[in-house]
Design a protein around this ligand. Structure first.
Ligand code: SAM
Length: 275
């Protein structure tokens, strides 16, 4: 991408308006090539957290396959003449099988379309983007990846919870609470070690089991946990509990997916009002 070094200032020396500057940045990128699939991360929900490249790809796609974590403000960027297809988990109350999505992407690209596969967060974090990339490469289809802000970093930062902090957490782990063979697949001893933050995606339904497993491996019952529902969206909710009270508080508040669990001492830094 080539941007003039002084492109924030016009030839006459006046500041270039924000919209014009953003337009310059978008125009300086390279276009999506026909017959290519772009796996695009849409971020955690707030459209201002899209990358410029994601905006560009969404707007220039001829076909978009999207899933249920992509909100209406972001879908509104799709060209009115483009085809958009919902392949998320709530479609017809069951997920379109992954193989069917892979085949569809391959066929669209082979038909010479500019295709965007639009996913919440980052395509490679619990998003099956890796499987789609493998299928496309195996079929000889050219594929690019546009990174997105993943829910863990996006929702935590937006809520004012630093995932690492020199005093509290020297590492951070992302884990899923939704596993093929149940929670026993996770390394609970590792996840229970002190001085780390653990973020569970898709963990709200399994919250009781997650808390029990961490306590059983030695994480104190008083360890704080934040639950972030619809992070970065207008209806965001943040609930603070401890491992001991987590399941009961989730039930009492009626919190449902999509939500993240952030486990660790850094949650003590959360303040509902920072102004
Ligand atoms: C299938 S995973 C997809 C993750 C996505 N690829 C990413 O990088 O954020 C879906 C889970 O991500 C989490 N998630 C995604 N967006 C979220 C948001 N805005 N607020 C809270 N949790 C979110 C929830 O745990 C949800 O069940």
């Amino acid at each position: 991408m080539m941007i003039e070094p002084d492109s924030s200032v016009s030839e006459a020396g006046a500041p270039v308006p924000l919209e014009a500057r953003i337009h310059q940045l978008l125009a300086a990128g390279s276009p999506l090539v026909q017959g290519t699939v772009s796996l695009v991360g849409a971020g955690p929900g707030d459209p201002e957290l899209l990358t410029l490249r994601a905006v560009r790809r969404i707007m220039e796609a001829e076909v978009v396959l999207y899933d249920n974590l992509v909100g209406p403000d972001i879908l509104a960027l799709i060209s009115p003449v483009a085809k958009k297809h919902y392949v998320g988990k709530k479609a017809a109350k069951h997920a379109l099988p992954q193989d069917a999505v892979n085949d569809w992407l391959v066929r669209l690209a082979q038909a010479g379309k500019r295709v965007v596969r639009l996913k919440g967060g980052d395509p490679f974090i619990f998003g099956r983007g890796g499987e789609e990339m493998e299928a496309l490469m195996a079929a000889g289809v050219s594929v690019e990846i546009v990174p997105g802000i993943t829910a863990a970093t996006g929702c935590a930062a937006f809520a004012g919870i630093p995932l690492t902090h020199r005093d509290w957490a020297q590492s951070v782990t992302f884990a899923t609470g939704h596993l093929k063979h149940g929670l026993q697949e996770l390394d609970w001893a590792g996840l229970s070690r002190p001085h780390q933050t653990v973020v569970f995606y898709m963990g709200i339904s399994a919250a009781a089991g997650i808390a029990e497993a961490l306590i059983a491996q030695g994480r104190p019952e008083t360890t704080p946990v934040a639950v972030i529902y619809h992070g970065t969206r207008p209806d965001q909710r943040v609930l603070v509990a401890t491992l001991e009270t987590l399941a009961q508080k989730i039930n009492a508040e009626g919190l449902k997916p999509p939500a993240l669990l952030i486990v660790g001492e850094v949650v003590r830094l959360y303040r509902p009002n920072r102004t």
